[in-house]
Design a protein around this ligand. Structure first.
Ligand SMILES: [Ca+2]
Ligand SMILES: [Ca+2]
Ligand SMILES: [Ca+2]
Ligand SMILES: [Ca+2]
Length: 276
């Protein structure tokens, strides 16, 4: 195919698109995850179309740019009906605005209407930590006020439906400090409130909860295993055991016997000298 033929096709395609009348847009705002078969709105009514001619004009929904066709039009009622799952997180991730674009196509004469479906977030995700449990090792010599970063939980939802805060189950040694990073996300750290004593308690189990601001509220938890590492904070101390007591008594007895024998020996020598 030569360049001239391609150019001709391009021109024809352009002319074809140019002569399709694109009429007014229509917009709807719907919550994500509506059930299949749910009614988004009455598009025939909203566009002022003649309901009796929808079938004759072969009214149908097309997906713009060949993406998924999320809805269909009911030719009897003119209603726009959900056909595919509309998952805001899958479509738009963390974007603040999420719009699905579809088209209503009519024939005789050919007519297009753009449909913008604004997808509203629903609180259908709970905050989640990367791991089910965390392990932290802390020197028992760590001082009160020492901080240990815990990171953050993730929630696929946006706005109030995303993570709003954290809480730490009541315990003897730690408090929780919640900060906000440059991107506006909240993260937390453990703050040592009462110093550890490995000799008293080597292992401590904490429960950290992240919660969102949705309604109903959702939350996620992670167990934190804290291990107190040994510091050389004890001087050696002798302790009296039954065995040591026995040893000590034995030593005393031996010394006394030695003293007694020395006295006997002395008396014998003196006695011998007296007779000589
Ligand atoms: Ca969803
Ligand atoms: Ca959501
Ligand atoms: Ca959520
Ligand atoms: Ca120690």
């Amino acid at each position: 195919m030569g360049y001239s033929t391609i150019a001709l096709h391009c021109v024809l395609a352009f002319l074809f698109l140019a002569i399709i009348p694109v009429n007014g847009d229509v917009s709807y705002s719907v919550p994500e995850e509506m059930k299949r078969g749910s009614v988004i709105g009455n598009i025939a009514k909203d566009l002022g179309l003649d309901l009796r001619r929808l079938s004759a004009r072969k009214a149908r929904i097309d997906a713009e740019d060949n993406s998924v066709q999320y809805c269909v039009v009911n030719l009897n009622t003119g209603e726009l009906i959900v056909q595919e799952r509309i998952d805001r997180e899958g479509l738009c991730a963390k974007k603040a605005s999420c719009v699905v674009k579809q088209e209503l196509v009519l024939e005789n004469p050919l007519e297009l209407h753009r449909i913008n479906i604004r997808v509203q977030d629903v609180n259908d995700n709970s905050p989640q930590f990367k791991e089910e449990s965390l392990k932290i090792e802390i020197q028992e010599s760590a001082v009160k006020g020492a901080r240990f970063l815990l990171g953050e939980a993730h929630d696929g939802d946006i706005g109030e439906n995303a993570v709003q805060g954290y809480s730490l189950r009541q315990n003897d040694n730690f408090k929780l400090n919640v900060n906000t990073n440059a991107g506006g996300r909240k993260y937390c750290e453990l703050v040592l409130d009462k110093e550890l004593d490995r000799e008293d308690k080597k292992e401590i189990e904490l429960l950290l909860t992240a919660f969102d601001g949705g309604s109903p509220q959702r939350s996620g938890t992670v167990v934190i295993h804290v291990t107190a590492l040994d510091a050389n904070d004890n001087v050696p101390v002798f302790t009296e055991t039954p065995w040591c007591s026995f040893c000590f008594a034995g030593v005393v007895l031996v010394l006394r016997m030695a003293s007694f024998l020395r006295k006997i020996h002395c008396l014998l020598i003196c006695h011998t000298d007296f007779h000589l």
